[in-house]
Design a protein around this ligand. Structure first.
Ligand SMILES: [Zn+2]
Length: 156
């Protein structure tokens, strides 16, 4: 048994105002656990993405998250849970006026395969992206695979 306070866990760079990975401080080996706080307009994810081998679950604690999915937009409110299977594209946003707080679970924990698509201003469309970093890993970059443009820069 291990118990921690969510607000004592370290934050990591994210499109959300606050993302705190909880699996490592809890010692969980097989499930990724992230606590998120999204202000209006923010997203959980760096882009519209899929994981090849990872299942993902979002449990919304407050506010309403809107997920862009292959089947259209889906609102997930406080007290609701949404599941995405491996291979399904999705991106969750806070399109409301109130903050969104949520817990996201991913299993298996260290499954890196997948694809991220973001709007690239240079290409003028949504393109596949890769990640890079600078400042000794403290800043996370999103880079267009088509033209190499840096389309996003995130730090804590
Ligand atoms: Zn591009």
């Amino acid at each position: 048994m291990r118990k921690i306070r969510v607000d004592e866990a370290d934050r990591v760079p994210s499109p959300a105002s606050v993302r705190r990975p909880l699996a490592d401080p809890l010692g969980a080996e097989h499930v990724a656990i992230n606590h998120y706080e999204l202000q209006p307009g923010e997203s959980f994810a760096f882009g519209y993405h899929k994981h090849d081998d990872q299942e993902e679950v979002f449990c919304v604690l407050s506010g309403t998250a809107t997920f862009e999915t292959e089947e259209g937009d889906v609102d997930v409110g406080a007290g609701e849970v949404v599941y995405f299977s491996p291979g399904e594209f999705q991106q969750g946003w806070n399109r409301g006026d109130d903050p969104v707080t949520a817990i996201a679970l991913g299993a298996p924990k260290d499954a890196w395969g997948g694809e991220v698509r973001r709007e690239c201003p240079e290409c003028g469309e949504r393109t596949p992206h890769r990640f890079d970093s600078e400042n000794d890993g403290r800043t996370r970059l999103t880079v267009c695979l088509e033209c190499d443009a840096v389309t996003g820069r995130y730090s804590v």
